[in-house]
Design a protein around this ligand. Structure first.
Ligand code: ZN
Length: 239
């Protein structure tokens, strides 16, 4: 089985289209989506429609829950909050209810899917340090987990010590691990290219792919919507 893994789309339709094309080229059998379809970007409705049509196993993210009114907006910084309020005013009630109805953690066979952490997924903490991974490994009931939220690709291997790996091709065979494949719509690892992952459970290999997209068009959409300019600028920087 080849899994296509993607998340943190953040209403960036240009990036999502490029990732959907990339996933098609990789001929994956099953899609896992790590949440945060909305927030920051200017095409929430079109991105939701596209992801729903792709039919992935899906979890909700903090921006999805924030737009739906399931998470307090005090959680967010001012630019993120402005985008969530704009998103809430843009989407219809049915779509907002659908966003708010997504669980934040689910399992598919041997794989756990969570937007933030495994240990407290509804708190939306980041999983970026070995200690964060340690807490999550204690609650992990499957050999493998995919998480999003930090927008930085990384794979953590269980052990003593727990070690992070930032390679783009990683052999997961026979090991317990928690992997983040990066963000579709707002990368933060200094690389502005859209990110997604492919995991082949026959070989045990996880590959993080990066694809170019029309950053200028996505940034122009953000500016045209009247969203904070920083949300457009950061797409160019991948920060
Ligand atoms: Zn996100």
């Amino acid at each position: 089985m080849r899994y296509g893994i993607f998340g943190d789309v953040h209403a960036n339709l240009q990036a999502l289209q490029a990732v959907a094309d990339g996933l098609q080229e990789q001929s994956v059998d099953e899609l896992l989506c790590l949440g945060d379809l909305v927030g920051y970007g200017a095409d929430p409705a079109a991105c939701i429609e596209m992801v729903r049509a792709m039919g992935p196993t899906l979890v909700g993210g903090n921006h999805d829950w924030g737009a739906a009114g399931r998470l307090q907006l005090t959680y967010f910084n001012p630019a993120a909050r402005a985008a969530i309020e704009w998103t809430r005013a843009t989407l219809d009630r049915e779509t907002l209810d659908w966003l708010g109805s997504q669980d934040v953690l689910t399992t598919v066979g041997d794989v756990t899917v969570s937007h933030s952490t495994i240990h407290d997924p509804q708190l939306f903490d980041y999983l970026v340090t070995a200690y964060d991974a340690y807490l999550s490994f204690r609650h992990l009931t499957t050999p493998l987990a995919f998480v999003g939220h930090s927008h930085v690709p990384a794979t953590f291997f269980d052990g003593n010590p727990i070690t992070p790996c930032y390679d783009t091709v990683v052999d997961l065979a026979g090991r317990r691990c928690i992997a983040n494949v990066g963000s579709v719509g707002q990368p933060r690892d200094g690389n502005p290219l859209a990110a997604f992952g492919v995991y082949d459970d026959a070989t045990g290999v996880l590959t993080v792919h990066r694809v170019a997209y029309d950053v200028e068009a996505a940034a122009a959409r953000i500016r045209a919507a009247g969203l904070p300019d920083i949300l457009a600028e950061r797409l160019h920087l991948g920060r």
